[in-house]
Design a protein. Structure first.
Length: 73
């Protein structure tokens, strides 16, 4: 439940930490997902896809996930 400005500030802070450590981010925001170096998609407790954002855009599981996102929030 973050407003747009706070979300952007938080995303920038996380990117700063990512440059110095391994960071695990759980999100439903496409913008956050696409800025990651690796994406791990888990469905029903099982890893169903893993890869760089460019690779994941071609993955059927990832396409299904993206199609269910609510882009209005």
């Amino acid at each position: 439940g973050l407003d747009s400005e706070l979300e952007l500030a938080l995303r920038e802070l996380v990117q700063l930490f990512q440059s110095q450590s391994i960071t695990i981010i759980v999100t439903h925001r496409l913008e956050t997902i696409l800025s990651a170096s690796q994406i791990l998609l888990i469905e029903e407790g099982q890893c169903c896809a893993l890869g760089k954002p460019e690779e994941m855009k071609k993955n059927d599981y990832f396409k299904k996930f993206v199609s269910h996102l609510d882009f209005n929030h």
